[in-house]
Design a protein around this ligand. Structure first.
Ligand SMILES: [Zn+2]
Length: 189
């Protein structure tokens, strides 16, 4: 079991475009396993490889209905729009409203290298989009219409405003990922 170090905003790896994975090797399987353990340890509902310092296109997601691991994930289809609150394990204590597709079809390879095609809606669809953004160096604050700090709930400006006063870590109630979360849920990915 390996809990990996989660990179924080400011680490350049979070702003790089991750490389496609040519083959699901033993090393990639180990990475997926460690990413899953790291995500659960941090009470997250999704994690992308750049968040643990690996610039490769691998994500893990568990929005309450089991763990999905996808290598080279792609959004094949997007339908509808929905605004909800997001957080990110790489930006502790920061929350924001982000508009995303309400329903998506995602394709990629699973942990055994087999092609997978998944339909998702609601929170699961949101987490897939959030994680795939990480693979392209995009953070949710880049897309958010409003960003605030969980600690004091004070709104401090528009998305991606420079010099946003991201504060020290806040111990917060983690997302338990046991059910579909209602709008306004504070789940970090
Ligand atoms: Zn994130």
């Amino acid at each position: 079991m390996a809990i990996l170090n989660i990179r924080r905003e400011g680490d350049p790896v979070l702003r790089q475009v991750a490389r496609p994975v040519p083959k699901v090797t033993r090393r990639i399987k180990k990475l997926i396993k460690d990413m899953g353990e790291t995500m659960y340890h941090a009470n997250g509902i999704g994690l992308a490889a750049p968040q643990v310092g690996v610039g490769e296109r691998v994500i893990v997601v568990d929005a309450g209905d089991g763990l999905y691991a996808l290598v080279n994930p792609r959004l094949e289809k997007e339908e509808g729009r929905e605004v909800d609150v997001e957080g990110c394990l790489s930006l502790p204590g920061v929350l924001g409203y982000v508009e995303r597709a309400a329903r998506v079809v995602v394709s990629g390879l699973d942990e055994d290298g087999r092609p997978r095609r998944l339909e998702a809606e609601g929170l699961l669809a949101r987490v897939f989009q959030h994680e795939i953004d990480h693979l392209d160096g995009v953070l949710f604050t880049d897309k958010a219409t409003m960003v605030w700090k969980e600690a004091d709930e004070k709104i401090h400006g528009e998305a991606g405003a420079p010099g946003s006063p991201y504060g020290p870590d806040q111990e917060e109630q983690g997302c338990v990922s046991s059910s579909w979360e209602p709008p306004g849920s504070r789940c970090r990915a």
